[in-house]
Ligand binder design. Structure first.
Ligand SMILES: CC(C)(COP(=O)(O)OP(=O)(O)OC[C@H]1O[C@@H](n2cnc3c(N)ncnc32)[C@H](O)[C@@H]1OP(=O)(O)O)[C@@H](O)C(=O)NCCC(=O)NCCS
Length: 163
């Protein structure tokens, strides 16, 4: 799996770089933003110590990826990939003050292209219209519902060819 930065085509101003431990406070602020909490499975605020341990564990795990979305040189969000039985589960957040500029659509589409050999999944609350648009723009399609969440799937190249 990719360990390096993901970049848009030449001239693009958006880069996804692998997260590092020093991103902990930025990531915690985004995680505890009320809109992010409302969109998450676990809506409770996360405490700093617990968050630092979670981030350290994630960064040590070769099967997981966490990217910081950098636009015009400024960190403006994150995209995470976690292994599932049959592929990778994506989740994403854009910093509150940087929303509605197209960053989520561009960042998630970039990740979906970079990992197009794998089957990608995203779980989205039905009222999260922005994320539904982001997922659809990145090639995900609605594949079902569970526990009140919509399951979006982008089939991996191998799955599509094997049909
Ligand atoms: C959802 C979120 C990631 C969207 O990020 P963003 O960078 O503002 O999204 P974009 O600017 O790329 O917009 C994507 C689409 O959603 C639309 N959109 C953006 N904000 C919206 C809103 N509040 N309500 C409805 N539509 C919205 C945009 O118009 C755009 O539509 P288009 O593709 O038809 O032009 C961001 O609001 C966020 O981080 N929310 C909290 C965390 C979260 O919901 N994470 C996802 C969990 S599944």
């Amino acid at each position: 799996m990719h360990r390096s930065c993901l970049c848009e085509k030449a001239g693009g101003d958006l880069v996804l770089r692998p997260a590092v431990l020093e991103d902990a406070s930025l990531l915690l602020a985004w995680r505890n933003d009320p809109e992010t909490r409302a969109a998450s499975r676990n809506t409770a605020p996360v405490e700093a110590g617990e968050h630092a341990a979670w981030l350290a564990g994630l960064l040590e795990d070769p099967a997981r990826r966490l990217y910081i979305v950098v636009a015009h040189g400024q960190p403006c969000g994150q995209v995470r990939l976690d292994p599932t039985g049959d592929g990778l589960q994506l989740s994403w957040t854009i910093a509150p003050q940087r929303r509605k500029k197209g960053y989520a659509r561009r960042a998630v589409s970039l990740v979906a292209r970079a990992f197009s050999e794998r089957t990608l999944t995203a779980w989205i609350r039905p009222e999260n219209h922005a994320s539904i648009r982001v997922a659809e723009a990145a090639g995900f399609r609605l594949a079902g519902t569970r526990d009140g969440l919509l399951k979006f799937v982008a089939l991996g190249v191998a799955d599509v060819q094997g049909r």
